[in-house]
Design a protein around this ligand. Structure first.
Ligand code: KIV
Ligand code: ZN
Length: 502
């Protein structure tokens, strides 16, 4: 790795620490799909699995090693020869292999997990690094439960494993125990007390048991750590690991930290959805960066503020993380500004609309429904009457005659910018007759490009929804109409589109 003191290496463990969560197991081909996206995202290291744990995990590390080109492929082991032999074998096709070996460093683990002593455990750690070094050059050592380990002992262990050949030393807060200032101080202590610290990279690996994983990771980075171990969506054991997207966006947002990564954040949203779907682990809606609501504004005050100037209520541009734009969710708490924004987005010319009237009716619907969607707005606007339009074309009267043996004929009265016009036309059906009658009044070269009729419920008393796409000059306009009468719904859809340009 190049020596840039401000470059933070991103070590992704979605496929190891993340995948060991019950119910999140992936097939090898799913792992490869995710690994290739992680590569495109720009992660520096992919922890591909714990090869000794199962033949499937072993095979996944083999296949990922073949599939991935740029990132280092890392395999986890315990501090014993068999684990290391198997890991080395699984990495044989990796272009840049790394073995991640380690052992418990807290007195709790030394006593109750290994029934051993500090000296013996340190020795085992050193032996594991030396043994692994025969197979690959790049060795990462983890001092498990370092968050609760004695700092002086931890420093001794870190110094010894670096001397034995570790290129990276991971200081995991395995149980998510530390406070950010404690964890930051632990990293600083190591930076100040390990004599050969400049020979290795210190890595942070935090769990989220107290909701502090990201805060602790940043504290570690601020105190000298140069690698951050994370997962997509913060997935991982118990309450999870540090979320990769949070770390990357914190470093990007707070330029004063003067740290940067190789991450192309535009992939976040898509990758988050992919991991969530494949691992069957939903992302909580209020999850930072990638949650469904992370860029959704619903209160009137916030909506107004965002529409005036996005940065009033957004510190990240949603496009930077792969989300098209901020979502202004229309609810009963939304103001006129938000309604206007959505109507404009749907192609309505606000100057021609009776916004107060539309807003009053919008509130009536919004009181009944939690969220107002585009279809609800289109239905509200589908009436070409003066309730919606203060200028443009509105229908004053529509009568049709049809049936066997009559020739379908339509009589229509339109108000066009304040002047009344009448027309009668026949056609090959009642809708055709009505559109012809409207056209004879408008006297414009309009052609219908698409025409869809849907029944909303399905019965003969149903409301029809008509969607028309028309062309005038070289532009196309969408219109929607709703009515229990198909002819009326079609006339409404046609005029809804016409009112967008006339
Ligand atoms: O949380 C932890 O300590 C780990 C190690 C195995 C690195 O995941
Ligand atoms: Zn972990």
């Amino acid at each position: 790795m190049l020596h840039d003191p401000n470059r933070i290496y991103i070590f992704d463990t979605t496929l190891r620490d993340g995948e060991q969560v019950p119910g999140c197991q992936l097939t090898t081909s799913e792992k490869i799909e995710i690994a290739l996206r992680l590569e495109a995202l720009g992660v520096d290291v992919i922890e591909a699995g714990f090869p000794v744990s199962s033949p499937g995990d072993f095979q996944s590390v083999v296949e990922l090693s073949k599939a991935v080109t740029e990132p280092i492929i890392c395999a986890l082991t315990r501090a014993n020869k068999n684990d290391i032999d198997v890991a080395a074998d699984s990495l044989k096709y990796a272009k840049r292999p790394r073995i991640h070996t380690g052992i418990g460093a807290s007195d709790m683990h030394i006593k109750y997990k290994f029934n051993s002593t500090r000296e013996a455990i340190l020795e085992r750690g050193v032996e594991a690094v030396k043994y692994a070094k025969q197979f690959v050059e790049d060795i990462e050592f983890y001092a498990e439960d370092a968050g609760r380990a004695d700092d002086a002992y931890l420093a001794q262990m870190v110094e010894a494993v670096i001397a034995a050949g570790a290129t990276v030393v991971n200081i995991p807060d395995t149980n998510g125990y530390c406070l950010p200032d404690q964890y930051g101080a632990k990293i600083k202590y190591l930076m100040d007390h390990v004599s050969n610290i400049d020979k290795a990279i210190i890595s942070v690996h935090c769990h989220n048991d107290l909701g502090l994983a990201t805060a602790n990771t940043i504290a570690g980075i601020q105190n000298g750590a140069r690698q951050a171990e994370c997962t997509i969506n913060g997935i991982g054991e118990r309450a999870g690991n540090t979320s990769l997207e949070e770390v990357a966006m914190i470093l990007r947002t707070h330029q004063t930290l003067n740290k940067h990564t190789n991450i192309n954040s535009k992939h976040f949203y898509e990758l988050s959805g992919m991991v969530s779907r494949m691992m069957r682990m939903p992302v909580q809606p209020n999850k930072a960066i990638v949650g469904k609501n992370a860029f959704a504004h619903s209160s009137g005050i916030h909506q107004d503020g965002v529409l005036k100037h996005r940065e009033n209520y957004e510190i990240i541009n949603p496009e930077d993380v792969g989300i098209d734009q901020s979502a202004i969710i229309l609810t009963a708490r939304s103001g006129r500004h938000a309604l206007k924004h959505h109507l404009e987005r749907l192609g309505y010319v606000i100057d021609k609309i009776n916004l107060d009237d539309v807003y009053d009716r919008f509130l009536t619907v919004a009181d009944k429904k939690k969220e107002i969607r585009d279809d609800d707005l289109l239905s509200l606007m589908s009436d070409a009457t003066e309730r919606n339009y203060k200028e443009g074309v509105t229908v004053k009267l529509l009568q049709v005659m049809c049936g066997d043996p009559l020739i379908p004929t339509s009589m229509i009265k339109l108000d066009v910018n304040g002047t009344l016009h009448e027309a009668v036309s026949s056609g090959n059906g009642p809708v055709d007759a009505t559109i012809k009658a409207i056209n004879s009044i408008l006297d414009k070269e309009i052609s219908i490009k698409e025409f869809h009729i849907d029944a909303i419920e399905g019965g003969s008393d149903d409301v029809s929804k008509v969607n028309m796409r028309i062309q005038y000059l070289d532009k196309r306009y969408n219109g929607y109409g709703f009515s229990t009468d198909i002819v009326q719904a079609s006339a409404k859809a046609y005029l809804d589109a016409v009112n967008k340009f006339i």
